[in-house]
Design a protein around this ligand. Structure first.
Ligand code: GLU
Length: 284
């Protein structure tokens, strides 16, 4: 018995030393495609996930630039990590792809209307929160509902992999017809041509669509606060060092007034009244 134990121990020591040799000889350079890791600063570039089709939050403009509150928050964070705006590589991050992009190492972090949830925290980690939004409905002018009870009667459109779609099914309208698209702008087309009665997601996003020049006078928000959406900065799971650096950057963004400025610049034109800056680590 004793002998067997001793030899088992010897075998595991041998296995460990083999594993150590294997690690040491691989001379791994990281192999993450050129980005030096978000926390290191001063590298060639930083890769950040945002939305490309959400005016006021993350939008690729016709001249190939990027604009919105998430873009400003991400740019501020990158600056604090040691990267100039021209060192940022923006990557489109559809709702259903965000966990995959982070887990695969395709992006260093994500600022893309990304709500912090316990389910997502099984796969990724979050810094923040940096904004509190609420789920609402966008409907054709004159056709809005005024109470959550009426939502079950509607044909809704939302996006796969979003909390918005999940909340409809699990929470406030399990009987409603729900169409799940890849992006919210696809839902907007459905709302315009009458295929759906409402587009449902965060009020911050809906306000941006409603205020676009091409949509003036066409759509309005129902004004129902159907959920709390705590926007966090998505990071690779358990990267506590990066989490601390981003939390420090967010604190400094709020204290310096840059956060208020970004709210005014990006939500002002849509008339969206953002909630006060949330406290770091506090989910409501
Ligand atoms: N904030 C919600 C979410 O993270 C809805 C917006 C989105 O899909 O990006 O799912």
């Amino acid at each position: 018995m004793r002998l067997r134990k001793a030899s088992a121990l010897a075998a595991s020591v041998l296995a460990l030393s083999l594993a150590a040799t294997a690690c040491g000889s691989s001379d791994d350079e990281g192999g993450d495609g050129g980005s030096d890791g978000a926390g290191s600063g001063g590298g060639d570039s930083i890769t950040i996930g945002i939305k490309f089709d959400q005016p006021g939050l993350g939008l690729q403009t016709p001249d190939g630039d990027y604009a919105g509150f998430d873009v400003d928050v991400a740019t501020y964070i990158a600056g604090e990590l040691g990267y100039e705006p021209d060192q940022i590589e923006w990557v489109e991050s559809p709702s259903a792809e965000r966990e995959n992009l982070l887990s695969r190492g395709d992006v260093d972090f994500i600022a893309a209307t990304y709500s912090i949830t316990p389910e997502r925290e099984e796969q990724v980690s979050f810094a923040g929160p940096y904004l509190l939004a609420h789920q609402d409905l966008l409907m054709r002018v004159g056709e809005t509902v005024s109470s959550p009870d009426e939502i079950n009667e509607l044909t809704l459109c939302s996006v796969a992999g979003s909390t918005s779609a999940q909340n409809v099914q699990n929470d406030f309208a399990p009987d409603a017809q729900l169409l799940e698209m890849g992006t919210y702008s696809e839902c907007l087309t459905g709302l315009e041509n009458g295929t759906v009665d409402a587009l449902t997601t965060d009020d911050s996003i809906l306000a941006g669509y409603a205020s676009q020049e091409a949509n003036q006078g066409k759509f309005e928000l129902a004004g129902l606060e159907l959920s709390n959406e705590n926007y966090g900065v998505g990071i690779p799971k358990d990267d506590t060092e990066l989490q601390q650096q981003i939390n420090d950057a967010l604190t400094s963004m709020v204290e310096s007034g840059a956060w208020d400025q970004a709210v005014e610049d990006n939500f002002g034109p849509a008339g969206y009244e953002a909630e006060a800056a949330p406290a770091i680590g506090e989910i409501v």
